[in-house]
Ligand binder design. Structure first.
Ligand code: SF4
Ligand code: SF4
Ligand code: FES
Length: 221
């Protein structure tokens, strides 16, 4: 066991565990996208950043891949963390402007406008689908292709693979695919209006999940 301090609270954690896991056990909420329990850690989205203080220096690290260490001092919501996290959420939103999950996160963080150029790619490259297919289904037909702004998730030669078991897991596990905001474009702003609404009726479009539709056609989750 190692002893560390998170947000001013001393705690113990097993060697080999991560700062994210330890914080979650303490009831501290750190936002995540590429992390998913049961899947390998990827450390790509960076939204789970925390501040690691060592002496008079501090650095920002992805908590989902950061192993606990004896004497570590961590802050999960310092000013430095929140500033960096806001930029990351804005960047992710510029890739997926109609993701309700992202919009809600942005609204909760006080972001009401995206300063980056919007390129609706419908994917934040979190890799959850890729790892789910490989690690949970044992199929592994999804992967990343391309580089830089051309990077995307694809099957080999963009063909429907014979090995696919049509489990739907890759879509189910995607943090941005299912939850599209139906309130219109967010290019000019994030309304955050529906994040606290309660479900009022079953979604007439999709019955696969528990989506519901609120006033003015907002989807509610
Ligand atoms: S639907 Fe096919 S591609 Fe998607 S996770 Fe399942 S096996 Fe993999
Ligand atoms: S399709 Fe969804 S789950 Fe897959 S990498 Fe993109 S955002 Fe992540
Ligand atoms: S959740 Fe940690 S980097 Fe994505």
């Amino acid at each position: 066991m190692v002893e560390l301090t998170i947000d001013g609270i001393k705690t113990h954690a097993s060697e080999g565990s991560t700062v994210l896991e330890t914080a979650m056990e303490m009831g501290i909420t750190i936002p995540t996208f590429c992390y998913y329990p049961g899947l390998s850690c990827y450390g790509e989205c960076r939204v789970c950043l925390v501040e690691v203080v060592k002496g008079d220096r501090s650095s920002l690290e992805a908590s989902c891949t950061l192993p606990v260490e004896q004497g570590q001092v961590i802050f999960t919501n310092s000013e430095k963390v929140m500033r960096a996290r806001k930029v990351i959420v804005e960047l992710l939103l510029s890739s997926c402007p109609n993701s309700k999950t992202l919009q809600d996160m942005a609204a909760n963080m006080g972001i009401n406008k995206v300063r980056f150029k919007i390129k609706d790619r419908g994917c934040i490259l979190c890799g959850r689908c890729v790892r789910y297919c490989k690690e949970q289904m044992g199929v592994g037909v999804l992967g990343f292709v391309g580089r830089g702004t051309s990077r995307r998730v694809a099957t080999a030669f963009d063909l429907a693979p014979e090995e696919c078991r049509n489990c739907g897991g890759c879509e189910w596990i995607c943090p941005v695919c299912e939850r599209a905001c139906t309130a219109g474009s967010l290019i000019d702003g994030i309304c955050g209006a529906c994040q606290n609404l309660v479900p009022v009726e079953t979604c007439p479009v999709c019955t696969r999940c528990s989506e519901s539709v609120g006033p003015q056609g907002h989807r509610v989750y």
